[in-house]
Design a protein around this ligand. Sequence first.
Ligand SMILES: NC(=O)c1ccc[n+]([C@@H]2O[C@H](COP(=O)([O-])OP(=O)(O)OC[C@H]3O[C@@H](n4cnc5c(N)ncnc54)[C@H](OP(=O)(O)O)[C@@H]3O)[C@@H](O)[C@H]2O)c1
Length: 284
Amino acid sequence: MKQSPESMAEHLSHYPELAEQAKEWRHGFASNALGGKVILITGAGDGLGAATAKTYASFGATVILLGKTRQKLEAVNDWISDNTSTQPVIVPCDLETLNPETASNLADSISDAFGSLDGIVHHASRLGPRAPLAHYPNDEWHKVMQINVNAVFLLNHALFALLDASKQACVIHTSSSVGREGRAYWGAYAASKFALEGLSQVFADETEVAGRIKVFSVNPGGTRTAMRRAAYPLEDPLSLPTPEARMELFLLLQNPVDESGATVEFVTGQQLDCRNWQDSLRRV
Ligand SMILES: NC(=O)c1ccc[n+]([C@@H]2O[C@H](COP(=O)([O-])OP(=O)(O)OC[C@H]3O[C@@H](n4cnc5c(N)ncnc54)[C@H](OP(=O)(O)O)[C@@H]3O)[C@@H](O)[C@H]2O)c1
């Protein structure tokens, strides 16, 4: 059953930051809209990743929380266990050291536990230094590329068969404005997000005909998180939207049915922006 914005806010009373945002949503979601889905979220211990995990779990998804800092993952895990009817799984993992073997071990564990995978949201990312290319540190360039691009490739590669075994899977690559138009001093971070956009489009094109996996890149836009604070230390964080303010699109991509029961058609391969995605929608 679809829910009105008011009843959604009631359903989300355990998560006041999201309930507040849900009052403004243009789409309604059943309280179990993601029920039965298993979704891997990277960078799930903080910022947009933690909000995505809590949001998906609040709508019934079983979430696999991957991130670097175990304590942060445990905090999100405990919140989800205490506040939703789902039981998450945590995967402490430093993506800097991810390789084909460790990615394959993760795939085996997910396969044993769930048999298939319905989605991945690739939020984990390293900002790296803000420096001109002429002075950009070589080791940082490689770290940023490993975490922001190579690890995404390794996970998609290792988890492909599990995604393909889902009735309808969705892979979201979290991008950035500087991954769509280069800007001075954003160095490897900008280059890595351009690469991520390319990876997303190639993956979407390769899976479009079979139709079982939809692939997107999403630019959340400036959001109140630790990474944003590191990038803009002089900015007032309170002037920025919270991660919860970005969740409607992340939710709709995993369950593209609006309050009227109509499907909101996202074209696989689309580059979306949390701030203006409504403009690019078609309803069927
Ligand atoms: N916030 C914005 O304004 C903004 C704007 C455009 C795009 N984005 C994108 O949004 C996504 C989420 O970022 P955020 O703003 O939510 O930042 P955040 O709060 O700093 O979260 C980044 C996450 O990435 C994880 N991570 C970093 N290095 C890792 C590694 N080596 N292995 C595993 N996990 C690692 C962090 O884990 P730990 O905390 O454990 O280190 C953290 O959970 C990123 O892709 C970012 O590029 C954000």
